[in-house]
Design a protein around this ligand. Sequence first.
Ligand SMILES: [Zn+2]
Length: 236
Amino acid sequence: MPAAGIPVPSVVLSTTDPLTPIWHPSPNFGPRRDGLKPSLIVLHYTAMNTAQDALDRLCDPAHEVSAHYLIGGDGTLWQMVREQDRAWHAGAGEWCGQTDINSRSIGIELDNTGAHPFSELQMGVLEQLLPQVMNRWGIGPNGVIGHSDMAPGRKFDPGPHFDWQRLERKKLAAPRSPNGEARPATLDEFRTLARAAGFSADVDDETLLSAVRLRYRPWGKGSLCAADLAPLANDA
Ligand SMILES: [Zn+2]
């Protein structure tokens, strides 16, 4: 409970208010290859203890990593690379059969160690930033993915604490199938459905299952079950 007389900060942010990120340029960027424009937005957690630590690393030429945006746990928004440029956040991976994700994406880092929930202030700013980036580049909800979606087994962010269903409800991420039928699950069918959903990286069954669970049901354990197929089912 806040003490009497101390105003409670509002966490209700308009999605139409223009954002004014703090410009904190990183030297770690280059031109997008082959004239590519952003068609994906890749979400990350920083896996560091503070936003300042992450900012320092993402702007250090020795580390050769960067992202377009960083959102602090307190909702502070920094921009490090211009959207038209290619930031170095995704690395090796594949989504929907496409590689060089850095040339095809905008990278957003969320200040989070990976071991705890994301703050309301931070989620509020993310939900304000996403539609603006999506509008600028014509990116639909299907284009908003996690780092672990495109680099299964190599990356695990934004991790099991990230609330994908919240973004899905706001049409800021692809909706999961609401009513995939319960039936015996085969690995072949699972792989086919996962690939159709975008998980095209060439990894073994166990790694693929882990990546799909991170996105849709991070509480899932054990061997493949019908519930793993349900969110991927294409009812159309
Ligand atoms: Zn990442």
